[in-house]
Design a protein around this ligand. Structure first.
Ligand SMILES: Cc1cc2nc3c(=O)[nH]c(=O)nc-3n(C[C@H](O)[C@H](O)[C@H](O)COP(=O)(O)OP(=O)(O)OC[C@H]3O[C@@H](n4cnc5c(N)ncnc54)[C@H](O)[C@@H]3O)c2cc1C
Length: 614
């Protein structure tokens, strides 16, 4: 056992501001090349996006020592790519809007498998969290009266999406970084967490390595929070940045014994770029269709007339994504696998004024969208599934382990309303921080020593991987590509029983080959990171495929060609966890009762006039 004592660590080693981190009295492990010096703090947060930072701020304000870890430079998390906005029923432009209608829109779009408790909390608390962000200096766009401006967003009954130009995520993360600094939150950059540590069934630390030096790192804590993002990078084409959203949070939680929920629900955005390499999957904003963009196949047909004559290109994301997919699959796409999104019938000045970023994004690739159509194809955009938590506390079923943000399931059900995930990060970040601070204050999670055996075993396994003694030489990047293709084909936009079963068999084979990987490349190296990414992706992919196979219906973003209708009997959640033999098992749970106030708003049946979609 490693006993944690309190030493002050040199402040130059860490990013951080006020609170000194404590370094434990390390043990030299007989002859082993690492000295296991745990860095000790009250709470370790894995993830420095909006969710992790909002939780950290709340903890620090309550006097809890907290350390935030991220894989990139502090202030650079996936959150910065969120452009469109963040939802709150402030009613600044549409005074009839209320939290109940926000909740009803969320549950309606989630096809009634959301956790109603989570939805109620989100809708009730989003206004306060957004006003708080404004008070902390977030540069939201304002109306002429100085109120927070709000825009229409898909499937929402009113204008409730606050925004900071088209850089909302960046503005929010910048605000949270500054606030965290003010509150004295400590952080470490370029850290890859590879394992959660447990003693006696309780999570009490994490292990990983410094991505710059390769140095192994060990953290001891009274509680660990997973705020490590989503899992859409398991798809060949996705809107995430490279090397992010690999499902690290899900894999870490799953290995620690927590349950994953509704992983089969993956939102595909209808329009992603298909070229050049590196931009593949990059979003082509919904605003192009909102401003009048039309979809054509290679035969020049405006095919949405067949799929959705009423709403055309402005139907829900899943409907348009499936239409695009089918056109391409049935041979009516371009030779390189796209449909055409055309806005060139609009005035060039209007296009440049209303869609400046899109104009630039394509001009950089040599395409002037005022003259030519864009080649687009669906792209995996958001995983609604994730770690199961109690939304009132953000606790998992594993003692000492909490989760928040895109890493978790519950709020979005079978499909997500755009603008709800940023709201989720700050609403539940605050809830997690307040609750965990109370737990620690009540001394319900006293410090317990780390399990030295488990630490040694894990670091030894990393060494084996790096030393290349695991078997044949193989490039993990190739296996990642293979996995992404496999998930895209077998568990993509349209799924079938046969296709999923075949995919699961192929995944098993891939997993075996991944287990034999010998990379002969010590950390830090890209290959070393890739092999770890691959391991996380394999877990996330298995959960998606098994959930998709089990769910014999179509609901929201999950579409089964062999079960094309929504089935009442399937209005339930699918969970999975690891059994003692290390295999994944699944079970279902009923969805909770929708509270009367939200039910009433659902019955009132508010809906958006599609022509208002931005
Ligand atoms: C292109 C795009 C546009 C979007 N636009 C919107 C929008 O307009 N409105 C909206 O509401 N939502 C939007 N979203 C979704 C939204 O951006 C995310 O859901 C949200 O920002 C997630 O925040 P997070 O804090 O949970 O995770 P992230 O911001 O993804 O942060 C995850 C953190 O975990 C760290 N991490 C991951 N794995 C490890 C590990 N193993 N060890 C250590 N650290 C680790 C990462 O380095 C990072 O710091 C968009 C998403 C995309 C892809």
């Amino acid at each position: 056992m490693i006993f944690i004592t309190k030493l002050v660590l040199s402040p130059v080693t860490f990013g951080g501001y006020r609170q000194p981190l404590r370094k434990a009295n390390g043990m030299r492990n007989g002859g082993h090349k690492y000295d296991y010096n745990p860095i000790e703090t009250d709470v370790v947060i894995v993830g420095a996006g909006a969710a992790g930072l909002r939780a950290a701020i709340e903890l620090a304000r309550e006097g809890v020592d907290v350390l935030v870890l991220g894989k990139r430079r502090h202030g650079d998390a996936h959150t910065v790519w969120a452009a469109g906005g963040i939802n709150a029923s402030l009613g600044n432009l549409d005074s009839d809007d209320r939290w109940e209608i926000h909740a009803a829109d969320t549950i309606g779009e989630g096809h009634f498998v959301n956790d109603p408790r989570a939805v109620e909390i989100l809708a009730r608390e989003a206004p306060d969290r957004i006003l708080e962000l404004r008070d902390w200096g977030c540069p939201f766009s304002l109306t002429e009266d100085g109120e927070l401006n709000q825009r229409y967003f898909g499937a929402q009954s009113f204008r409730r999406t606050c925004f900071a130009g088209d850089m909302t995520g960046e503005a929010i993360l910048g605000t949270l970084v500054a606030k965290a600094k003010e509150e004295g939150v400590s952080y470490l950059e370029d850290v890859y967490v590879t394992k959660l540590l447990k003693s006696g069934g309780r999570v009490n630390g994490a292990a990983g390595f410094d991505m710059q030096s390769g140095r192994r790192l060990l953290f001891g804590a009274r509680a660990v929070v997973l705020a490590a993002g989503g899992y859409t990078s398991i798809y060949r084409r996705g809107s995430s940045r490279p090397d992010e959203n690999n499902g690290d949070a899900m894999a870490l939680a799953y290995e620690a014994g927590a349950a994953l929920k509704d992983m089969e629900f993956v939102q595909f955005h209808p329009t992603g770029m298909i070229e050049p390499e590196g931009m593949d999957g990059r979003l082509v904003t919904e605003a192009v269709r909102g401003e009048g963009g039309r979809l054509y196949n290679s035969e020049g047909e405006r095919f949405m007339e067949r799929y959705s004559p009423k709403h055309m290109e402005l139907d829900a994301r899943d409907v348009v994504a499936r239409a695009n997919y089918r056109e391409i699959r049935e041979g009516r796409g371009t030779p390189d696998g796209a449909v055409l999104l055309d806005i060139s019938h609009c005035d060039p000045d209007y296009i440049k004024d209303r869609l400046p970023n899109m104009y630039e994004q394509f001009v950089e690739q040599g395409v002037d969208i005022t003259e030519k159509p864009m080649k687009v194809s669906p792209t995996a955009h958001y995983g609604m599934g994730g770690i199961e938590v109690d939304p009132r506390t953000c606790a998992t079923a594993v003692e000492g382990l909490f989760a928040v943000g895109e890493s978790t399931a519950g709020v979005h059900g079978a499909n997500r309303l755009g603008g709800n995930s940023l709201a989720e990060t700050v609403v539940f970040g605050k809830i997690l921080g307040s609750h965990l601070a109370d737990v620690l204050d009540d001394d319900l999670l006293p410090p317990v020593p780390l399990d030295e055996g488990a630490v040694q075993e894990h670091f030894a396994a990393l060494d084996v991987l790096a030393a290349g003694t695991g078997g044949g030489e193989r490039d993990p990047g190739e296996l990642i590509d293979e996995l992404r293709d496999l998930v895209w084909v077998h568990a993509g936009i349209v799924r079938t029983d046969d296709g999923l079963r075949e995919g699961i068999v192929k995944l098993r084979d891939l997993k075996e080959r991944a287990g034999e990987l010998a990379i002969s490349d010590a950390s830090p190296s890209r290959r070393f990171e890739h092999v770890l990414n691959l391991r996380a992706m394999l877990t996330a992919a298995e959960a998606v495929m098994r959930g998709a196979l089990a769910r014999e219906e179509s609901r929201g973003a999950h579409h089964r060609e062999d079960f094309p209708e929504e089935a009442d009997g399937w209005q339930k959640n699918i969970l999975c966890a690891r059994d003692e033999g290390g295999d994944m098992y699944l079970w279902t749970e009923p969805v909770g009762e929708v509270p009367a106030e939200i039910r009433k708003a659902l019955d009132e049946d508010y809906s958006l006039d599609y022509h208002y979609l931005e």
